[in-house]
Design a protein around this ligand. Structure first.
Ligand SMILES: Nc1ncnc2c1ncn2[C@@H]1O[C@H](COP(=O)(O)OP(=O)(O)O)[C@@H](O)[C@H]1O
Ligand SMILES: [Mg+2]
Length: 350
């Protein structure tokens, strides 16, 4: 490395990643530094393609270098991303996914499937490789919400090929049954069915696997949380008190199981159900508040028609809220993963 490159790296080592609280050089985020004329070119490898902080990094790097390192008058950053790998997944499942994120709620109807779908699509739109498992085995809604209600997965070499919508790979028991012939499963069989959605499907490499859980603290969410190494869980609640009380039970269950709580989402905020219950719950439990999604008929229409609101109306307040939620969630996943010793951090992936 030339003397000038050395000086630039030293300057960049004063830039602190705002979420991870470590400098970007020791996090090994800076790659491929070279200088042309008076411009420093380098790649910044983020921990998620859905990073909301690109503008901040651009400014911090500029401030650290230009005017501080002699002869450099401009910087040019190329963006890349590598989601860290939750190593526990590979110890226990033979599946190529870097993280598994469960979406849970205390009660049904609060918008778990809606949040799972829009979150998955928003992450995919940001450039991540995303899978979505419909973990509500007995009441699968994901096929309808993603417009795949008539789909049927192909089988190759004994594994099912997931269907794909809006850049997300999707698997649901809804693809394997018809509405008038529901699956009737209990205990161990239910458990087996959920497991098969992970292991008997050709997922390919994924950054984020989103799992839409059935509501409550019953058998199915419990068995899922116990049999899969969950990177973290998002708890969805409506703002009103009865929903919040149920969400609290859900949080307590995952805490007991040592599943990191990524945060709380308040869905259907507005005049009808009120506002603020989810944020207060997060504060009371000392967990992050990931965002609120307004109650909006367009969200419901998007679910019914299989065209998620983040796709059809990204600039509508609810569409924007889901994009912000995806960014907050992705940032939070990075923090949780880099705090854990079970995670292969960026600087080892290198
Ligand atoms: N923010 C929202 N605004 C309006 N309707 C919503 C919103 N979120 C969800 N819905 C609708 O509420 C119903 C229940 O949502 P769903 O995601 O199926 O809940 P759950 O999976 O928790 O049972 C669905 O018809 C869905 O379209
Ligand atoms: Mg649901």
């Amino acid at each position: 490395m030339s003397d000038l490159q050395d000086q630039i790296m030293r300057a960049l080592s004063t830039v602190i990643e705002p979420e991870l609280h470590r400098d970007i050089v020791s996090l090994n985020m800076v790659r491929d530094l070279h200088i042309e004329g008076q411009t420093a070119f380098f790649t910044l490898v983020l921990t998620t393609p859905a990073c909301p902080l690109k503008d901040v990094f651009q400014r911090l790097c500029h401030e650290a270098i230009v005017g501080k390192v002699p002869n450099i008058t401009a910087i040019q950053i190329k963006w890349d991303a590598q989601v860290p790998t939750d190593r526990r997944i590979h110890g226990r499942l033979d599946v190529p996914m870097r993280s598994i994120i469960a979406v849970a709620s205390g009660k049904g109807g609060v918008g778990k499937s809606t949040v799972s779908t829009n979150l998955a699509v928003a992450l995919a739109e940001a450039g991540a490789r995303v899978g979505l498992i419909d973990g509500d085995i007995l009441n699968p809604n994901i096929p309808q919400m993603t417009g795949l209600s008539v789909g049927h997965p192909a089988v190759e070499d004994g594994k099912m090929i997931p269907l794909e919508a809006y850049g997300v790979k999707i698997m649901s028991t809804g693809f394997l049954t018809t509405p008038d012939k529901p699956l009737i499963l209990r205990g161990p069989m239910l458990h087996g069915a959920i497991r098969q959605l992970f292991t008997d499907v050709e997922w390919g490499d994924l950054d984020y696997m989103i799992v839409d859980l059935p509501p409550g603290t019953g058998d199915a969410p419990l068995s899922l949380a116990q049999s899969f190494p969950l990177t973290g869980v998002i708890v969805v609640t409506q703002p009103q008190e009865v929903a919040v009380a149920d969400a609290l039970r859900s949080i307590a269950m995952f805490e007991t199981l040592n599943v990191p709580i990524l945060g709380v989402v308040e869905n259907m905020t507005g005049d009808f159900f009120g506002q603020g219950g989810g944020e207060k719950l997060a504060q009371d439990r000392g967990v992050p508040f990931l965002g609120r999604i307004p109650l909006d008929a367009e969200v419901r229409k998007g679910g019914d028609s299989g065209r998620p609101i983040v796709v059809v109306e990204p600039d509508n307040p609810a569409g924007l809220a889901f994009q912000t939620l995806a960014q907050n969630t992705a940032a939070r996943i990075s923090v949780v993963m880099l705090q854990s010793s079970d995670v292969i951090p960026l600087n080892i992936i290198g």
